[in-house]
Design a protein around this ligand. Structure first.
Ligand code: PLP
Length: 406
């Protein structure tokens, strides 16, 4: 498909979509297929399908080596990993958490009978605002759960200071942050523990899966016990536990994909740069930056769209892109605090102005190994085309609406 010459060639106005096939955010990366399939054969030959098998052991060793931490504990998914964390840390009452996150962060707390207390993010970042965190501490607060959204670390040192001062637990949802660093140290070493996701949409996946990292030996022992029905070293359970185990097929997939981690990061970094260059200079458009000097996985291309300056609102641009088969996403609209399970009975929501602003302006663009450099070039071209003709597009849409009502 050639570039658009005029706005009536846009797919929203009946033109041919730019892409014949849909482009996705988070389409899975898949490592060396033959190596994975050989491992599956091996699993069948060994007939060891779950219960801390050799592939899980290898996966855990590999993550521990990558992160440089004492313990990496493979679990069925990161949501369950966060739930296990709540139990192992013996949390009670309220836990302070950002609203600008995937709902699983809040669900893990609520599922464990804890109250998520939604906190705003700091202006200019997408992460917990430590000064707001301070204001939300009550006698019922037992912990702070930070989220390293987009793989960018939250204000770890400041949060650690607050946690120390108020005697609170601090732990992190690091679902996005495998292979990322903070101050030169890998994520996975901070707070009491950190939980990575290996879900299919994450840049390293094990179909479904997660890994909890900690440097605390006793905490690691408790986490393993809780994830294995409460069984520790003895014949009978020591406590109430659940089934949080990661099976061997998933572990083999995770291990295989970890072996391609460098290649995945390189593709993501390349796309990140291409998007940045392609969208440079567009008014009202900001691409979230990955600062030099730290390790990043670059797995998300995050746009902030200032509707007043960009010519189109985020949602207008989204509609236009989707029609062209570019399935950009509004992560994490409308914010966990506005979702049904967390709204107050009277419909009121906490005052989180920066979160609200991000929820109205953030748009994620397709990246990863399922997306080519040429795809990225076409998406940026499309965005430039649309934003440069915002007024015309709105007028065309209004005219079409009027015509359809006559
Ligand atoms: C920020 C965040 N936290 C937690 C999760 C839950 O991870 P999982 O799907 O492995 O349970 C996800 C994504 O799935 C996420 O994006």
């Amino acid at each position: 498909m050639r570039a658009k010459g005029s706005i009536d060639q846009l797919a929203v106005f009946g033109g041919q979509p730019t892409f014949a096939e849909r482009l996705h955010v988070g389409r899975p990366n898949i490592g060396e297929r033959e190596r994975f399939l050989a491992r599956v054969q091996d699993i069948f030959d060994r007939r060891w399908l779950s219960n801390h098998g050799p592939y899980l052991e290898q996966l855990e060793a590999r993550v521990a080596a990558l992160v440089g931490c004492r313990h990496a504990i493979g679990v069925a998914n990161a949501t369950l990993g966060l739930q296990l964390a709540c139990r192992a840390l013996e949390l009670t009452g309220e836990v302070i958490v950002p609203a600008h996150t995937f709902v699983a962060t809040a669900h893990a707390l609520a599922w464990e009978g804890l109250q998520p207390v939604f906190c705003d993010v700091r202006k200019g970042t997408h992460h917990l605002d430590p000064s707001r965190v301070r204001e939300l501490i009550t006698p019922r607060t037992s912990a702070i759960l930070g989220v390293h959204l987009w793989g960018l670390p939250c204000a770890i040192d400041e949060l650690a200071g607050i946690a120390r001062q108020h005697n609170l637990q601090l732990f992190f949802d690091a679902a996005h942050a495998l292979a990322c660093s903070y101050g030169g140290q890998m994520i996975g070493n901070f707070g009491a523990l950190e939980v990575f996701s290996l879900h299919a949409t994450k840049f390293v996946n094990s179909f479904e899966g997660g890994v909890i990292c900690t440097n605390d030996d006793d905490l690691a022992r408790r986490l393993r016990m809780l994830a294995n029905f409460g069984y520790g070293e003895t014949e009978f359970p020591e406590c109430v536990g659940t089934n949080g185990k990661l099976n061997e097929i998933s572990a083999a997939m995770g291990l295989t994909n970890l072996e391609s981690l460098g290649e995945f990061v390189e593709v993501n970094r390349h796309h990140q740069r291409a998007y940045r260059a392609g969208l440079a200079g567009l008014p009202g458009i900001r691409l979230v930056e990955y600062p030099e000097g730290e390790d990043h996985n670059y797995q998300y291309v995050v746009l902030e769209i200032d509707s007043a300056r960009a010519g189109l609102t985020r949602d207008e641009l989204l509609k236009l892109l989707v029609a062209e088969n570019v399935l950009a996403r509004r992560y994490f609209f409308p914010g966990a605090h506005r979702l049904k399970p967390y709204r107050a009975a009277d419909g009121s929501v906490p005052h989180l102005p920066e979160t609200e602003r991000l929820c109205e302006s953030v748009l994620l663009l397709p990246t990863g190994t399922a997306v080519s450099g040429e795809d990225v070039a076409r998406v940026t071209e499309l965005i430039r085309f649309a934003l440069g003709r915002g007024g015309e597009i709105r007028a065309h849409r209004a005219a079409a609406r009027t015509a359809s009502t006559v």
